[in-house]
Design a protein around this ligand. Structure first.
Ligand code: NDP
Ligand code: OXD
Length: 321
């Protein structure tokens, strides 16, 4: 009997998610294994042993009775967790240096943008106004990172190397050199009361939905050269209460926001975020998953699994991430 089929299921839409490009990459790295791009009416569902997926619709994986592993082609598995019919096999998420480095670039870029007063400076340029403001050093600001997993810990280290005071918050206790770590509900207020720039790299779970809300914003620290604190969310849109963000920007509870993710994506044209002077917006591209890197990552994991080895980065379904 031949090797089980790897079924590729992509509901992306963005340039990075061109199904034919992903199929070509998987064909290159899968050797003699058949890679099938779904939907394919000629495919016998019983032949599918592995599924590599991005945003499958609820129920789309339920027909594969011989499935052994599901590979999510991104780091966040919230879309899969919402599928009650998801087959009960190991679910593997992406955790690779390529993706981590891309997210670190995004976080460093946006922390620097607010620290270096870029919104003010670009406005001055547009108005041909020569009006420098005092520029403080990185060490004058505390960056607080919510989520100290693969992505949060790497961003924390990069910001620390630039001279920022960096603190972090996670579910379980952590120790990271040079970074004061807080954890759990009991540690949240102490973390927020020191934070001038809040970076959110949490997964979206029932526990974290709308964690970025008005009450939380009011606890952030205003005693820095920035004055009103800033938030940066590259986790998931469901982590943020968008009405609360707009309200907080209006009454100066927040000074600015960098947002990469939204409750509804693509962001509707009617969203006030598009033209808000205090919002720096990107279209969920903080850290694209790269077809070259991720196809190799999946192929390596399958080879190890079939040789009797352990899968890496398996999602804990109870925790939801
Ligand atoms: P990890 O699973 O490695 O880390 C998640 C972190 O969040 C962990 O530190 C975890 O705590 C913490 N956490 C989870 N739940 C809670 C909670 N209830 N209270 C406190 N802390 C909590 O994930 P990654 O770092 O790889 O990715 C994080 C998220 O980034 C993804 O889930 C995805 O949504 C998003 N993402 C966005 C991208 C983009 O382009 N915008 C690209 C890639 C990812 P503990 O360590 O104790 O488990
Ligand atoms: C991811 C993402 O989860 O792209 O990897 O958001």
């Amino acid at each position: 009997m031949g090797k089980g089929v790897l079924a590729l299921l992509i509901n992306g839409g963005a340039e990075n998610w061109s199904p034919s490009r992903w199929k070509a990459r998987f064909d290159e790295v899968c050797g003699d294994r058949r890679v099938v791009l779904l939907p394919d009416p000629a495919l016998d569902p019983a032949d599918v042993h592995y599924a590599a997926v991005w945003k499958p619709k609820p129920g789309e994986l339920a027909t594969f009775g011989n499935l052994r592993v599901i590979f999510n082609l991104g780091a966040g598995v919230d879309a899969l967790m919402a599928d009650r019919s998801l087959p009960d096999v190991p679910l593997v998420r992406v955790a690779v240096d390529d993706l981590t480095d891309r997210m670190t670039e995004y976080v460093v870029l946006h922390v620097l943008l607010h620290h270096r007063q870029e919104l003010y400076l670009r406005e001055s340029q547009r108005e041909k106004r020569w009006a420098p403001k005092y520029q403080w050093a990185a060490g004058a600001l505390t960056v607080g990172i919510m989520g100290l997993g693969t992505l949060g810990a790497a961003s924390a280290r990069a910001l620390r190397a630039l001279g920022f005071r960096v603190i972090g918050w996670s579910r379980s206790e952590k120790q990271i050199d040079g970074i004061a770590c807080f954890h759990g509900a009991d540690g949240l207020d102490a973390f927020l009361r020191q934070t001038n720039i809040l970076v959110c790299l949490l997964p979206l779970t029932p526990d974290t939905r709308h964690v970025l809300n008005r009450d939380l914003f009011a606890k952030l620290n205003r005693e820095s050269p920035l004055g009103a604190p800033v938030i940066i969310n590259a986790g998931r849109g469901g982590l943020q209460n968008e009405a609360d963000i707009l309200h907080a920007l209006k009454d100066d509870t927040l000074g600015a926001a960098s947002l990469d993710v939204y409750e509804t994506e693509p962001l509707p044209a009617s969203s006030p975020f598009w033209s808000h002077p205090k919002v720096v917006l990107t279209p969920h591209n903080a850290a694209d998953t790269d077809a070259d890197e991720i196809s190799k990552y999946v192929a390596r994991q399958i080879a190890r699994f079939e040789a009797g080895g352990e899968l890496e980065n398996v999602v804990d379904r109870k925790r939801g991430y």
